[in-house]
Ligand binder design. Sequence first.
Ligand SMILES: Nc1nc2c(ncn2[C@@H]2O[C@H](COP(=O)(O)OP(=O)(O)OP(=O)(O)O)[C@@H](O)[C@H]2O)c(=O)[nH]1
Ligand SMILES: [Mg+2]
Length: 238
Amino acid sequence: MNKTLIIIPAFNESETIDSVINALYSANSAWDIVVVNDGSTDNTSELAKSTAKAIVIDLPYNLGIGGAVQTGFKYAVREKYQYAIQVDGDGQHSVDDVAKVLKIVHSGEADVGIGSRFNSKFDKNYGVHWLRRLGIWIFKIVSLILIRQKITDHTSGFRAYNARAFHFLSNNYPIDFPEPEVIILLGRNGFTIKEVFTQMQKRQGGISSIPICKGPYYMSKVLLSMIMASLRRAQIKK
Ligand SMILES: Nc1nc2c(ncn2[C@@H]2O[C@H](COP(=O)(O)OP(=O)(O)OP(=O)(O)O)[C@@H](O)[C@H]2O)c(=O)[nH]1
Ligand SMILES: [Mg+2]
């Protein structure tokens, strides 16, 4: 049996959280679900609890996506899961694709699986603002240089991990805009990453973590953090 945990970091996702949980549970009731309620000021936590299909961890205050996801990893370590997958609470990730992303780690193809919205010749025009697309292209080149792995969607939060990978990340997870930096951290520590094409909806509700006006700030901060991550000594000796 592949004991698998779905981790949903959720900050003010009351418009979508219960339908996301119900859809995941209907897709496969063998998956356990943990919602990490990141100090929401709406009733995200109550709605998640009302489904009775998910464990809800209420953080005492807002830690940001990094802290919320890392809490999920710590829970997965404590409860001895073999696999974990991170899914957004805003309904952006298609439930039908969860098994696809998990297959990468269940089959042992790679330590980490990423659902990419760009990894298909059919979907080059996914509705992402051109500034975000430019950023994503720059990230692709930077990670090719830094870790020699080709990643097309650094900002995707649709990610599956084997136990070795989430044990590592439960102790090493960036706080702010973590997704691109995590890729470098994983690559530098010898973890393999593979992507699979997944459909991604626009947010179904709530507010985005990266408003387009903050794009240049986000880009500079993330590029610097990727370079710093590559300069850090690998924590896992080869
Ligand atoms: N915005 C935000 N999201 C958080 C926070 N903590 C946890 N999350 C959750 O992290 C997940 C990813 O955040 P999103 O804002 O959807 O990030 P994104 O998918 O890159 O951006 P969009 O394409 O606009 O959805 C969501 O499920 C959020 O609810 C936080 O402090 N701020
Ligand atoms: Mg999202």
